[in-house]
Design a binder for this molecule. Structure first.
Ligand code: SER
Length: 578
């Protein structure tokens, strides 16, 4: 069955059963807490939680779509026969229309009667239950008693396998049931019964919802019998062009190139542009990997120019944004020329060293975009000692830090973080000031608990050596009081409270009781950072832009080193963490 037929049959099947067919949303989601669209349900988040009315928008409580999705989780696996970054997902959704019975019966009907996959190839999984969420007996019984699957073909699994969501910080979530054919998962049916808050607590949704997802590429593999996604009709044209461009190229390389080219073209078509952060960084990585492979594997053809028309021909009928092929190619070629310049500079920089360390290599990667493999390849005499695992460690450190949402400056000179309050010039310093920053919040909360609410922050300055916290208070604290404050902070550190934030409108944020500067002008939406399981009874809450550690144990042992008086009614505490 050709992939276009799969799409058609899927949408038709659900349209006949009262679903409105909805277009794929962009790969750039509306939801700012998610980098890219990873699932079909994302565009429907407001309908699940009653914030938007599906009848008004779609004339139905049920929808179906073929959604463009991008997941970075498998990026390092790409190169085998199945893993991809970009893919399309078939899905049917309901917001208070139907629930488990219809969802399961329809899915089964579609798989067996429309796709023609025989019943004895199928087994399913359901959520087995845990302390918080009960066993999904309803789904189990539907599979067994209504569909008639034998009990040995219905397996129970836990949270990791059979519970979905949320996408982003918070959102709808719930138990899932998954359909496997020949041991391969093809369809995930999610029953959104809860709303998962950013502190991970679950709240029952007023109206339960259905969200299902079935990967088009995986289904094509199954129905076209190749066992290899790059041999399906979805990839065959592009893979052939790459093979013609460089006969004899290893399969793994052809697959990486095909995946990355297709993904990059889809990202650009939706408006992502190469940059050093967020989605732009992902795109840059995809494009540069293609360019690196071109150099490494001696491919002299222009793969960007070859790939764009292939993808356009194949996909423009589903995705009109592909018509913009000139602009897409321009973006790619522009990135290519930037990369070539950076490459030359990077090589020149490496030549200055006697031998480069993992840290140097990472600096060169960050600054000039010259990846590990090319450093080894292009300047072998300076990189002989350089090991991939050490480089990867540097890379991971960096990723943790960028997750904390930091502003990065490239070039490796001067400060890499300067929020006015926090300053750091190396990766290590960044980690330290992040810990001290969380310590500062705990310190303020502890001061207010020990000597009272008169304490108000007047200023704060954090370097890798120490934190410095100025606050209004009429007298010096006694040494007993200081000891109590220090002990209280350490107690909270040891409790290992979650440190997280909620973003909300300014007025709502003020009502939470979070601390803020009266004199400062805040934007309409602010982040409230809090230490504790939930915002209401958090030990500390403050308006803040971050960064913070994720949980208080990471702060380490807290020690007050000095108290001073700085001006009328203003005291200063210096402290450090080990
Ligand atoms: N949201 C679920 C998934 O992406 C089902 O659509 O797997």
């Amino acid at each position: 069955m050709e992939s276009s037929e799969i799409r058609k049959k899927f949408l038709q099947f659900f349209e006949e059963r009262g679903h409105a067919v909805v277009k794929s949303s962009s790969l750039i989601p509306d939801d700012p807490s998610v980098l890219l669209t990873t699932a079909g349900m994302q565009q429907f988040k407001p309908y699940y939680i009653g914030k938007a009315d599906p009848m008004k928008e779609f004339g139905s409580r049920n929808t179906a779509s073929v959604q463009k999705c991008f997941r970075t989780s498998d990026i390092d696996e790409v190169g085998d026969k199945t893993h991809l970054t970009f893919f399309e997902m078939l899905g049917n959704f309901s917001f208070g229309g139907y629930f488990k019975r219809k969802a399961i019966n329809w899915a089964y009907d579609f798989v067996v009667n429309i796709l023609g996959l025989s019943r004895d190839r199928i087994y399913v999984t359901v959520f087995g239950g845990d302390e918080e969420v009960p066993f999904d007996k309803e789904s189990y019984d539907i599979w067994h008693k209504e569909v008639g699957l034998p009990e040995e073909n219905i397996k129970k699994h836990g949270r990791e396998d059979n519970f979905w969501g949320p996408t982003g910080n918070e959102g709808p979530c719930g138990p899932t049931t998954e359909i496997y054919v020949d041991g391969v998962e093809i369809w995930n049916l999610v029953f959104n019964e809860y709303y998962c808050r950013s502190d991970k607590s679950l709240e029952k949704l007023e109206m339960p919802g259905v969200d299902t997802g079935m990967g088009l590429e995986r289904l094509a593999v199954m129905l076209q019998g190749s066992g290899n996604v790059f041999e399906t009709d979805l990839f065959h044209p592009l893979a052939s062009v790459i093979r013609e461009a460089k006969p004899g190229l290893e399969d793994r390389i052809v697959r990486v190139l095909a995946d990355h080219l297709r993904s990059a073209i889809f990202l650009i078509a939706d408006g992502v542009r190469p940059s050093n952060k967020e989605a732009g960084y992902i795109l840059r990585r995809l494009l540069r990997r293609v360019l690196v492979y071109e150099i490494k594997h001696d491919i002299h053809a222009e793969l960007f120019a070859l790939a764009v028309p292939v993808i356009k021909n194949q996909y423009a009928k589903w995705y009109p944004e592909m018509e913009n092929d000139r602009e897409i190619l321009n973006v790619m070629m522009d990135e290519k020329s930037k990369f070539e310049k950076a490459l030359a500079q990077g090589v020149k920089e490496i030549e200055k060293y006697d031998a480069i360390s993992a840290k140097d290599a990472f600096y060169i990667y960050e600054t000039f975009g010259l990846p590990f493999e090319l450093q080894k390849e292009l300047v072998p005499d300076k990189t002989g000692e350089l090991k991939k695992e050490d480089f990867d460690k540097e890379f991971e450190k960096h990723q943790e830090i960028s997750r904390a949402g930091l502003e990065k400056k490239f070039g490796g000179h001067g400060l890499i973080l300067d929020t006015g309050e926090l300053k750091a010039s190396t990766q290590e310093e960044l980690e330290k000031v992040t810990r001290l920053h969380t310590a500062t919040h705990l310190l303020q909360a502890a001061l207010r608990k020990v000597v009272g609410d008169e304490v108000k922050q007047m200023g704060s300055d954090i370097t890798a050596e120490r934190l410095r916290f100025d606050f209004s208070f009429p007298r010096k604290l006694t040494s007993e009081e200081l000891q109590k404050v220090e002990d209280l902070v350490n107690e909270v550190v040891q409790k290992d409270l979650l440190m997280s934030y909620k973003e909300m409108p300014l007025e709502e944020a003020k009502e939470t009781g979070a601390l803020f500067f009266f004199k400062e002008k805040y934007p309409d939406r602010v982040k409230v950072y809090y230490a504790g399981h939930n915002l209401d009874d958090a030990f500390s809450k403050e308006f803040c832009g971050g960064p913070h550690v994720t949980n208080t144990l990471k702060v380490g042992k807290f020690k007050i080193t000095k108290q001073e008086s700085v001006g009328a009614g203003v005291k200063r505490i210096r402290a450090d963490v080990e």
